[in-house]
Design a binder for this molecule. Structure first.
Ligand code: SF4
Ligand code: SF4
Length: 649
């Protein structure tokens, strides 16, 4: 006898027909609900163009769905192992059911012989992953507090899935007890259960079978209503997210404004179709909230809630603000920690800044951030400094200027903070000295430099940013700029990821990257500070642009704080927050300083002028020295040894 098993054991033709009708009905209920959500998504803007679609799909599906990249990267207490058990167990049983359906309903019959034995053993084993994960999840749901969502339906769906899985094994045990075969031990879980159970009659087996079908029908019918729908939607969102880099915001075409007569998103329908679909894919896991610097210092901004509020606005048609409170919208630092943590790749920063754009266009921004916008427009400096001030840091130094007409390889882009903030100027001077020492061919724009427009764009003043980008790009063209180095990660991000929309074709380097190259070539020495030094990674260098190694290559023996590299915690300056007032107890910089000081370091190395300003206001401890990596390099490469007590601030 060839090992196999009979499908629809003891079932009459009428019973089979009833089964097909009921399953078709439950699938129709599910399809109708999904269709109504698709209608909602279709109210959004068309998708942004996505090149290399197949490669893009396969890559993202492998990384984020099959590889569960974001879930695996979560901290263990976030329930990642539990989620992995459920995912891989569910995937295994879905594959098993699909193979069985192909065998049953296609002319190809392969569910027999050694294949059958291997199939039974493998999927009996893998089903236990699902049972274990579901049991874990049920206990966790019943015992854990926020940020896990708490709703009776979450527990309900877990119990339903547990019942389906357990009843599947019971059904197998019933079949083995009712119709034993010599190869049944390969279905080892059902086989063991059959040994423990009393004999199962034909009606008893059928009752188990129909119970299983009722549970499966209920599952199909409720999936679209509950957050478990992410098992379907995560596949769709992760397959085809906007191809823009994490740090790039969408450039709004002027034609769009003329057509819609508005800027940004007022209603959910103003988001793209992908963004609307992603709202439904949210699994309410709370990973985004757990890492949000604003939420972690007691502010109202809760990125998970932003997604839920936007989803509610999509369903009701009400305006996004105040459905998402304005207070929350302005508290975002655009640090992208939420986005980096999100398993279904939701782009919170897009969601938030697009509403900001609309609010700014309707005159809803006031206070110091509005002053910053006016300053940027009138003086071309976010700090409102006069143009002549941009060359102040050069005093006493011979700095080549583009207008001198000499050829150069790198444009050294100084940035508003690097040109006018006293501490930022020290970094700028250090970088210039190092470039000269290493013999790098460079020049600065001096008075011809202007703000990149990054703070304006992230606050929501899109067209001020576009003015800045267009004008700066024309300056780059005039001087034939091909390579840029800058000590500001915000300028770095904007020039690298956003200026392409304005015709720029630039190689852009953060100063740590260029200095790393110079160290590796032996043109400069890495620093060996005599103080215990901790590195604070800037969001826009490490998380947003993936540069983790370069800062670490410049200074030997630095210690790592809690939350380093791509998981770094924001200082609170991005997204225009630098220009917004907040009480000390609500400053992300205060919390970050506590994490940095917990390492026992007396020196904090930074790589961003914004971080430096914020961290400096986040502590009152004079024994802590704040210093840019470039300054440590400058000391290491100067002819005289630096003083151990050198004052830098
Ligand atoms: S937005 Fe992403 S990280 Fe946040 S709760 Fe939803 S799925 Fe989780
Ligand atoms: S970008 Fe940063 S501040 Fe804004 S919601 Fe996300 S985690 Fe919070």
């Amino acid at each position: 006898m060839t090992p196999t098993r009979e499908e629809f054991l003891h079932f009459s033709t009428g019973e089979k027909a009833l089964f097909y009708v009921l399953i078709a009905l439950s699938l129709a209920v599910m399809a109708a609900q999904i269709r109504s959500r698709i209608q909602l998504w279709k109210t959004g803007r068309p998708l942004e163009p996505i090149p290399n679609t197949i490669r893009h799909w396969v890559g993202n599906l492998s990384r984020y769905v099959l590889g569960q990249k974001s879930v695996r990267a979560s901290r263990p207490r976030s329930g990642a192992p539990m989620h992995l058990l459920i995912f891989y167990g569910f995937l295994a049983l879905t594959i098993a059911t699909t193979l069985l359906a192909i065998n049953t309903y296609s002319p190809v019959k392969f569910h027999q012989g050694n294949y059958y034995l291997l199939f039974e053993f493998t999927f009996d084993t893998l089903g236990l992953l699902l049972l274990g994960g579901l049991g874990w999840a049920i206990i966790r749901q019943a015992t854990t507090k926020a940020p896990i969502a708490k709703h009776w339906s979450d527990l309900g769906i877990l119990v339903l899935l547990l019942l389906i899985t357990f009843n599947g094994y019971l059904l197998e045990a019933g079949r083995i007890a009712n119709n034993p075969q010599p190869w049944d031990s390969w279905s080892w879980v059902g086989y063991a259960m059959a040994k423990l159970l009393p004999a199962v009659s034909e009606p008893g087996y059928k009752a188990l079978w129909w119970f299983h079908i009722v549970l499966v029908m209920a599952f199909f019918a409720v999936i679209p209503q509950l957050r478990i729908r992410h098992i379907l939607l995560a596949i769709a969102t992760t397959a085809q997210p906007p191809e823009r880099p994490m740090g790039a915001l969408r450039t709004i075409p002027m034609e769009e404004v003329e057509q819609t007569e508005q800027v940004g998103s007022k209603f959910a329908k103003d988001y793209s179709r992908w963004h609307l679909m992603s709202l439904d894919a949210c699994m309410e896991c709370g990973r985004c909230t757990e890492v949000c610097p604003a939420w972690n210092v007691g502010k109202v901004l809760n990125p998970k809630q932003v997604v839920q509020d936007a989803r509610a606005a999509m369903a009701s048609g009400e305006a996004l603000a105040p459905r998402i409170t304005e207070e929350a919208l302005w508290q975002c630092t655009t640090c992208n920690a939420c986005q980096e943590a999100c398993p279904v790749l939701i782009r919170h920063v897009d969601l938030i800044t697009d509403v900001r754009r609309n609010l700014v266009s309707e005159g809803e921004l006031s206070g110091s951030a509005a002053v910053m916008l006016r300053q940027t427009a009138s003086t071309k400096s976010a700090w409102g400094s006069p143009t002549r001030e941009r060359e102040k840091w050069m005093e006493g130094r011979e700095i080549p200027l583009c207008r001198d007409g000499q050829p150069f390889e790198f444009l050294f882009w100084v940035g508003c903070a690097g040109a006018t903030d006293p501490a930022g100027m020290k970094t700028t001077q250090a970088v210039a000295d190092l470039l000269k020492k290493a013999g790098v061919s460079f020049a600065c724009l001096g008075q011809e430099e202007a703000c990149t427009g990054d703070p304006a764009r992230r606050v929501g003043e899109e067209f001020l940013f576009q003015d800045r980008a267009t004008e700066n790009q024309s300056v780059f063209e005039r001087y034939g700029v091909k390579k840029i180095v800058t000590a500001c990660p915000h300028c770095f991000n904007s020039l690298k990821n956003e200026y392409g929309d304005f015709g720029a074709k630039l190689e852009v380097y953060h100063h740590t990257q260029l200095l790393q190259t110079l160290v590796s070539k032996g043109q400069l020495l890495a620093a060996k500070p005599d103080r215990r030094t901790v590195l604070h990674d800037p969001c826009y260098l490490t998380r947003v642009n993936g540069e983790v190694a370069a800062p670490r290559a410049l200074v030997e023996g630095m210690v790592e704080p809690e939350f380093a590299g791509a998981k770094t915690r924001c200082c609170g300056a991005g997204g225009g927050r630098m220009w917004m007032d907040e009480p000390p107890e609500h400053r992300p910089a205060t919390a970050r300083m506590d994490q940095l000081r917990a390492t026992g370091a007396t020196q904090i190395a930074v790589a961003c002028p914004f971080c430096r300003i914020m961290l400096d206001t986040g502590h009152q401890d004079d024994s802590i020295r704040l210093v840019d990596l470039a300054q440590l390099m400058q000391e290491a490469n100067s002819d005289s040894a630096p003083s151990a007590n050198m004052e830098v601030s």
